[in-house]
Design a protein around this ligand. Structure first.
Ligand code: GAL
Length: 376
C-alpha cells in the first residue's frame, strides 16, 4: 500500500514535467501545457519577444456555447515552440458591464498581438461581434498592454476605414449605383459586388472586419488584414505608426473571391498569403495568393496542400504563419481543427512550410515532425 501511494505521489509530482517534454509537433493531437491541460488558444497568433514566443488565442469553453467569449484571450509562452507555459488570460471579457463592447458572451475571435518599439506597447487586434447580434457587427477590436502577457486593456471597437475609398478602387466606380433588388449570386449581383456595391453600402459607417490577422513588414509598418464586404473580399489596411488606428490607406484583395482566415509571410522577395474559403467551422481547400508587396496586386496561385485531404486543408483552417527565429526560410503554418460542438477540444494543426522546385510554398500532412526539418 505504501509503495502504491509512493508511486502515485511521484506520478502526480512528475506529471507536469512529463507533459513538458514534448519533442515533436503532433498535428491534431491533444497538446498539453505545463500543467498538463490541452492548450486553449484557438484562432491564435504568435509573437516573438525577448527570446520567447507568446501564443495568444481564443479561450473556448465546453459545449455548444463554447464559441462565445466567456473568458477572453489566453496567453502561453515558450522558448522552443513545443513546450508551452500557461501565462493566464491576457485580455478578459467584461463580466460586470453589459454595455461594454467586450461584455461576456460577445464573440471575440482570432486575436493577434504585435509590439510597437516606438511606444513600447503591446497591441492586440481581434475580430469582435457584439453580444446578441450574431455576426452582424463585423468589427475589429483593439486592446493595449505594457507587458507582453498583459493585462491588456480594451480600447475600442470599430468598422474600419469609414469615409475612405480603397487605394486600388477605380475612380469611375465611386459614383456608381445599383438597383436594390439584385438577386444574390446572380451574375449581375456578383459583378455589382466586384464593382463595390457592398463597399459603397458601408462607406459612411466603416467597412466590415471579420476573420483577421496582423502583419508587420520589414520597415516596421503594420497591416490589418481582414475579411470584409460580407466575407466576399479581403481588405488590407495600413495601421498608424503607433499601431493603434487605421491610416485610411487600404486595398481590396480578390473582390468576390470569398477568402477568409488570412495568414501571411514573406519568402524570397515575395509576399504569400494562405487563406481559406468560406464554410463556417467546416474545413475547405486552402488558397495561396502571392504579391510583390503587402499593398500590391495579389494573385491566386493554387491550393498549397498536397496529398490526402488536400481539399480540406487536412481538416483545418489557417490562422497564422510563424517565422521560426534563428532559422532561415523556416515558417510554420498554424491552423485550427475546430470542434464546434465542444470548442475547447479544438485541435491545432501546425505544419512546416515546404517549397517546391519553383519556390512555391507547399503544405504536406505529417503525423509528427520536429524543428530539424528546417535544417535542410
Ligand atoms: C469561420 C471563421 C471562424 C468563425 C466561424 C464561425 O469561417 O473562420 O473564425 O468566425 O466561421 O462560423
Amino acid at each position: 500500500m505504501k509503495n502504491l501511494l509512493l508511486t502515485l505521489f511521484s506520478v502526480l509530482i512528475f506529471l507536469p514535467a512529463i507533459a513538458q517534454n514534448q519533442k515533436s509537433f503532433q498535428p491534431g493531437e491533444l497538446w498539453p501545457d505545463n500543467k498538463g491541460i490541452h492548450i486553449n488558444a484557438h484562432g491564435g497568433g504568435i509573437m516573438f519577444y525577448e527570446g520567447k514566443y507568446y501564443w495568444f488565442g481564443e479561450h473556448k469553453i465546453e459545449g455548444k456555447m463554447g464559441n462565445r467569449a466567456m473568458v477572453g484571450v489566453h496567453c502561453y509562452s515558450s522558448g522552443d515552440l513545443l513546450n508551452w507555459t500557461e501565462e493566464g488570460i491576457a485580455l478578459e471579457v467584461d463580466k460586470d458591464n453589459p454595455d461594454s463592447d467586450i461584455t461576456q458572451g460577445c464573440i471575440l475571435e482570432r486575436p493577434k498581438v504585435i509590439y510597437n518599439a516606438k511606444t513600447g506597447k503591446f497591441v492586440m487586434w481581434f475580430h469582435l461581434e457584439l453580444k446578441g447580434m450574431g455576426y452582424a457587427a463585423a468589427r475589429t477590436g483593439l486592446a493595449v498592454a505594457d507587458k507582453v502577457t498583459g493585462p491588456f486593456t480594451f480600447v475600442r471597437s470599430l468598422n474600419p476605414n469609414a469615409g475612405e475609398w480603397p487605394l486600388n478602387f477605380a475612380d469611375e466606380l465611386k459614383g456608381k449605383n445599383w438597383p436594390d433588388d439584385l438577386k444574390p449570386w446572380s451574375d449581375e449581383w456578383v459583378q455589382a459586388v466586384k464593382d463595390g456595391m457592398l463597399l459603397k453600402r458601408d462607406f459612411q459607417k466603416g467597412q466590415m472586419a471579420r476573420d483577421m490577422t496582423l502583419y508587420v513588414d520589414k520597415d516596421g509598418k503594420a497591416y490589418h488584414i481582414h475579411a470584409s464586404e460580407e466575407n466576399l473580399t479581403l481588405h488590407i489596411s495600413e495601421l498608424t505608426d503607433d499601431y493603434l488606428g487605421f491610416t485610411g490607406n487600404y486595398i481590396r484583395v480578390q473582390p468576390t473571391g470569398h477568402n477568409e482566415a488570412p495568414s501571411i509571410f514573406e519568402y524570397n522577395g515575395k509576399y504569400y498569403m494562405i487563406t481559406s474559403g468560406c464554410t463556417g467551422w467546416a474545413p475547405n481547400a486552402a488558397r495561396l495568393l502571392v504579391s510583390d508587396s503587402v499593398m500590391g496586386e495579389w494573385e491566386y496561385v493554387n491550393n498549397p496542400c498536397v496529398g490526402e485531404d488536400r481539399d480540406l486543408t487536412f481538416h483545418s483552417q489557417s490562422t497564422y504563419i510563424l517565422p521560426v527565429e534563428g532559422k532561415t526560410d523556416a515558417f510554420i503554418f498554424m491552423a485550427d481543427r475546430w470542434q464546434p460542438q465542444n470548442p475547447i477540444d479544438g485541435r491545432y494543426i501546425w505544419l512546416p512550410i515546404q517549397f517546391d522546385d519553383k519556390g512555391l510554398p507547399v503544405l504536406e500532412w505529417m503525423d509528427s515532425w520536429s524543428m530539424e526539418i528546417f535544417d535542410r
